[in-house]
Design a protein around this ligand. Structure first.
Ligand SMILES: Nc1ncnc2c1ncn2[C@@H]1O[C@H](COP(=O)(O)OP(=O)(O)O)[C@@H](O)[C@H]1O
Ligand SMILES: [Mg+2]
Length: 430
């Protein structure tokens, strides 16, 4: 069979730990996949930043992008490569650029998702651009912030309409706090959103293509402890986990995001999604610790699948099937509507073919990754990330902490009935 090579590019910024793990595991996998008469090998390379001719060809089949939401030269190179060279990119750069939190709330409200009641409020102050004063004098209506506060109810949250990273988020207990938060919001356009409080569960569901991982989250813990260590079955029923998966996959398929994370809070048995425009989700070992291997493996599976099968990139988003499903299921219970959306998502993410592909061509991944995450190279990748974030005297203890949590994950994997780790043990390796 002719040998062909597919090239995966990593478009990176400050990421340190996961790319090292991704590259090392790929090296150890040393894939050679029979595909449609060819033997496909994979090359992984970090994408460099340099001037480019708009007509120059792109050498990559797939680019895994973690940079372009803030580094725009690379974003424009990626767009050019999709339009001109048929590149497959995780994630769709146009969707990353234009789908703020606000758009995602509106779209999912239209599908009937239980997004908490949310208002948007004109900015408190403005850049003095030439037409601003005339426009505001003519059209900006005076409004009663207190009345909006009453309508939304207390407690509520004031946060930027395009937020991220907890910037500008204030919990509002009463009208005085609302007025103060608005006065301090400056030029940002703010949402005021009903609080889902009290809640009994706070989760993040991470999605990579058709793969999902549900993690309990504690927003009040220090940064390194927010992703909790409990296993899924310890904090949600299978039924609830399925609601969270279907929610995340619907959102990701709708917006053309191959990876994203969706925050939902449960109150009185209802899951309220509150923040799901995170198309460059936290992938660092310093936050994810025991969940970190899942992210690295999911990343490998999906990018290899896209590269080997030459998955076609969806350049335009095409929302009509979701709206059609919303219309068709209008009178049905929400759970059934969500299942209808999730079925579209499963089709868009090629779920069935992906599962078959992984079973056939990536069956060794679990075992290779399990071994790798016990190796000195993996520990050093953790240390490098910790060293980039923590003061000198904390590097050692935090490296040990994250390392020990990953080792706990390895032990759990080893004990699981379908343990990939059973194989190396049987061979007497550990
Ligand atoms: N409607 C809400 N109900 C309860 N908590 C909320 C709500 N909105 C925001 N929060 C809290 O504020 C945090 C930050 O808000 P979020 O919408 O996630 O903004 P960001 O995009 O900056 O992460 C959330 O993780 C949660 O703890
Ligand atoms: Mg958030």
């Amino acid at each position: 069979m002719p040998a062909v090579t597919r090239k995966i590019g990593l478009s990176l910024g400050a990421d340190i730990c996961w790319p090292i793990c991704y590259e090392q595991i790929m090296k150890q996998l040393n894939l050679s996949i029979p595909w449609k008469g060819d033997t496909v090998r994979i090359e992984v390379e970090r994408v460099s930043i340099e001037p480019f001719d708009l007509r120059q060809p792109c050498s990559y089949d797939v680019v895994l992008d973690r940079l372009t939401h803030w580094y725009h030269l690379s974003r424009e190179w990626i767009k050019k490569s999709i339009l001109m060279d048929g590149l497959y990119v995780l994630n769709n750069p146009w969707a990353v650029q234009s789908m703020e939190k606000h758009t995602t709330y509106c779209a999912m409200m239209a599908l009937g998702m239980p997004i908490p009641d949310t208002w948007i409020i004109p900015a408190k102050s403005y850049e003095p651009v030439p037409d601003m004063q005339r426009t505001l004098n003519a059209y900006a209506k005076l409004f009663d912030l207190g009345a909006i506060g009453q309508t939304v109810g207390y407690p509520s949250f004031m946060k930027p309409f395009d937020g991220g990273g907890w910037k500008g988020v204030t919990r509002i207990a009463d009208e005085a706090r609302l007025r103060k938060a608005y006065d301090e919001s400056g030029k940002m356009i703010m949402h005021l959103q009903q609080a889902v409080i009290p809640y009994d569960r706070f989760v993040r569901c991470i999605g990579y293509g058709p793969q999902t991982h549900v993690v309990r989250y504690d927003p009040d813990a220090p940064l390194h402890d927010r992703y909790m260590q409990e296993r899924e079955s310890e904090f949600v029923s299978e039924e609830d986990a399925q609601v969270l998966r279907d929610t995340c996959l619907t959102i990701n398929a709708f917006f053309g995001w191959d990876f994203n994370s969706c925050e939902s809070l449960r109150r009185d048995g209802v899951w309220y999604p509150i923040d799901f425009a995170n198309p460059c989700p936290d992938s660092q070992v310093t936050s994810l610790h025991r969940h970190f291997p899942w992210v690295v493996k999911a990343n490998i599976r999906w990018s290899v699948f896209c590269a080997v099968t030459k998955r076609k990139f969806r350049k335009t988003l095409d929302w009509e099937p979701f709206y059609a499903a919303a219309e068709k299921t209008r009178d049905q219970p929400y759970r059934e509507r969500l299942s209808a959306y999730a079925a579209i998502a499963a089709e868009r993410f090629d779920s069935k073919r992906f599962d078959e592909f992984c079973a056939k061509h990536l069956s060794q991944l679990d075992e290779v990754a399990w071994e790798f995450f016990g190796s000195p190279v993996a520990k050093d990748a953790i240390r490098q990330k910790v060293a980039a974030l923590y003061p000198a005297h904390e590097i050692e203890p935090f490296t040990e902490l994250f390392w020990s949590r990953i080792q706990d994950w390895r032990k759990d994997e080893e004990a699981a009935p379908s343990a990939p780790a059973k194989k190396p043990r049987a061979k007497g390796k550990s």
